[in-house]
Every structure is written in structure tokens, then in C-alpha cells.
Design a binder for this molecule. Structure first.
Ligand code: G3H
Ligand code: 13P
Ligand code: ZN
Length: 322
């Protein structure tokens, strides 16, 4: 199988009550960990590349790594997606350079400007067989180089979604219902604490999601900022010299519930970072004399694989859906 768009993936996910995981890739070990898990579990998967990933690893290296993963995992559909494209030129460069899907994130612009830029990208993308994700509403946290502070995010306004999709022709829509980017999704004062002192975040706004679904029947919805920030990895980081106090994410049960509805794509990056960093810190602590990068990157890659397998089985529900 060669790289695919997300059209078929999303249709099956919508009808089947599951979501496809979109995992950020920045190097070979991450690509391998994700696709080995998806391959073994016969799950479709989206590999997504941010502007920052392109700046770090280079467009061609990332495309070639993903092409290698496609060759190694011929039985599963894999899409290559631009995450948070912020200009027409960046989207065009990825469309021309082998991506099968792009996101144009003009969510920080006015409604009219968001429509105009998204439409421009859709026209070019569709003429080249590529699909487009757009965004309405803003998430707290870091959207590539745009930092939205907690308290300045805004939920998607359901009354805007039909006009937006009609006028832009986008293929999927990211909405803001209370998820946010990074490992510190909520400040401690936005949360309560459970009996063990662990932060419990406010629930996602399922009322907003359901209103969007009502207005866009059959249309694939995307959730960004969907890492759960597993406390076992926060603990691992903190026990081995790291400092990540009060890191908190989105509870997995809520994501599972969203995946059963119209949410067809769930974005996860921070959990991969945490799993790798926790394991590398632990390895360094336990093997202060080792200096061969393969020695510590091997458990880091395995941790990515285990993390992605867990998401596929218990959060996304996409196992066996390839
Ligand atoms: O939503 C942002 C993703 O986690 C990508 O992050 O821009 O640091 O690569 P990045
Ligand atoms: P997290 O920071 O929650 O992993 O979100 C990633 C994301 O939305 C990438 O676009
Ligand atoms: Zn995002």
C-alpha cells in the first residue's frame, strides 16, 4: 500500500465509532515506534509533521522515513499530514512534497480571514489530490509558534461550523472543546485534586461537540491537544532528575467517548515526548557509563511503541480496522 489520504479512514472511523490516531513524528525512532505498534495491531495511522519538525529534521528526511514505514508496514493505511500549517506557502510546499493531508490553522484569525485562507488551501490541495483539515476555535497552549495563554482560549461556536465548512470545502474540522496543547493543559487552580493529590481537570465540553455533530452530520471532527499525560511517566521523569510538577492531561475515558462519536482523528504528541524522555532519563540514571545512543534510544523507541499500542487499543479503538 502507498501513502493514503484520510478520506476512507475517516469514513470508516465515523461509521465504526472509533478514531484514528495522529501522532507527531520528528525522527526515525518515533516513526518506527508508532508504525510498529499500528502494524502489529492492524490499525490505520496518521503520521503528522509540524513546522517545527520540518525545521528540526528536514522535509525530505521525514518524508523518506515515512515512506520507509509504508514499505515496512504494507498492510495498514498510513497518511502523511502537515500539523498546524500556518500559511498557504507552507501547505503548498507539503502538498507539492508528497504529503497526503494538510492542516491550515487559521484559527487565530477572524472568521472571514480563516475562511479565505482555508478556501485558498483547499482549492490547491484538492486540485492535487490532497485533503485539508481546518480549525475553528482556539486551544490554550502552544499552537506551533502561536502561544495561547490559559484563559484566552475560546470554544468553537457551533453556530459557525456549517457556514465555515460550506464556504471552505474543508475535509475535516478541528474544534475546541477544552483540550489544549502540551503537558500542562490546565493550571492547578483550574482543577480539583483527587485523594492521592493528583490534579483532576475540568471535563471536556461534550455539549459543544454534540451541537457541532448535529449541525455537521457525517462530517469528521478532529481533536488536538489530546495527550493524557500519564502520571506514571511524569513520575518517571521526576524520579530521574526531571522537573515536571503538576503536569496534567485529558483523561482517556473522555477521549474514548469522543472517539465513539464523530471525532475521527485524535492528535497525540506530548505523551510520546513524555514516554521517550522518562525512559531516556531512567536509562541514563541506571547506566551512567553508557554513551552509545543506540543503547538509550532502543528503550525510548519501545516506549513509543507501547504508548501507541495502548492508545490504539484503549483510547482510539482502531485496532483491527486497517
Ligand atoms: O501541536 C503541536 C505539536 O505538539 C507539535 O509541536 O510545534 O513543537 O513540533 P511542535
Ligand atoms: P498534545 O500536546 O496534547 O499531545 O497535542 C498534540 C497536537 O495537538 C498536535 O497537533
Ligand atoms: Zn495541535
Amino acid at each position: 500500500m502507498s501513502l493514503v489520504t484520510t478520506t476512507e479512514m475517516f469514513k470508516k472511523a465515523y461509521d465504526g465509532g472509533y478514531a484514528v490516531g495522529a501522532f507527531n513524528v520528528n525522527n526515525m525512532e518515533i516513526v518506527q515506534g508508532i508504525t510498529e505498534a499500528a502494524g502489529e495491531l492492524k490499525s490505520p495511522v496518521i503520521l503528522q509533521v509540524s513546522k517545527g519538525a520540518r525545521a528540526y529534521a528536514n522535509h525530505t528526511y521525514l518524508v523518506k522515513l515515512v515512506e520507509a514505514a509504508v514499505i515496512e508496514n504494507p498492510e495498514i493505511p498510513i497518511a502523511l499530514h502537515l500539523d498546524h500549517g500556518d500559511t498557504f506557502e507552507l501547505c503548498k510546499s507539503c502538498i507539492d512534497g508528497g504529503f497526503t493531508s494538510v492542516m491550515i490553522d487559521a484559527s487565530s484569525k477572524s472568521f472571514e480571514d480563516n475562511i479565505a485562507l482555508t478556501k485558498q488551501v483547499v482549492e490547491y490541495a484538492h486540485a492535487n489530490g490532497v485533503v485539508v483539515e481546518a480549525e475553528l476555535g482556539t486551544l490554550a497552549g502552544i499552537e506551533d509558534e502561536v502561544v495561547v495563554e490559559a484563559g484566552h482560549e475560546s470554544y468553537t461556536r457551533p453556530e459557525e461550523v456549517e457556514e465555515f465548512v460550506d464556504k471552505t470545502g474543508c475535509d475535516s474540522l478541528a474544534i475546541a472543546i477544552g483540550t489544549s496543547h502540551g503537558a500542562y493543559k490546565f493550571t492547578p487552580d483550574q482543577c480539583t485534586r483527587n485523594a492521592d493529590g493528583i490534579l483532576v481537570p475540568p471535563p471536556l465540553r461534550f455539549d459543544v461537540l454534540e451541537e457541532c455533530i448535529k449541525r455537521l452530520p457525517g462530517f469528521p471532527i478532529v481533536l488536538h491537544g489530546s495527550s493524557s499525560v500519564p502520571q506514571e511517566f511524569v513520575k518517571m521523569v521526576n524520579e530521574h532528575g526531571g522537573q515536571m510538577p503538576d503536569a496534567v492531561g485529558i483523561p482517556e475515558e473522555q477521549l474514548r467517548q469522543a472517539a465513539k462519536l464523530a471525532v475521527c482523528k485524535i492528535n497525540i504528541d506530548s505523551d510520546i515526548r513524555l514516554a521517550m524522555t522518562g525512559n531516556i532519563r531512567k536509562y541514563f540514571d541506571e547506566h551512567p557509563d553508557h554513551f552509545d545512543p543506540r543503547q538509550y534510544l532502543k528503550p525510548a523507541r519501545q516506549a513509543v511503541k507501547d504508548m501507541v499500542a495502548h492508545k490504539i487499543k484503549y483510547v482510539l479503538g482502531s485496532d483491527g480496522k486497517a
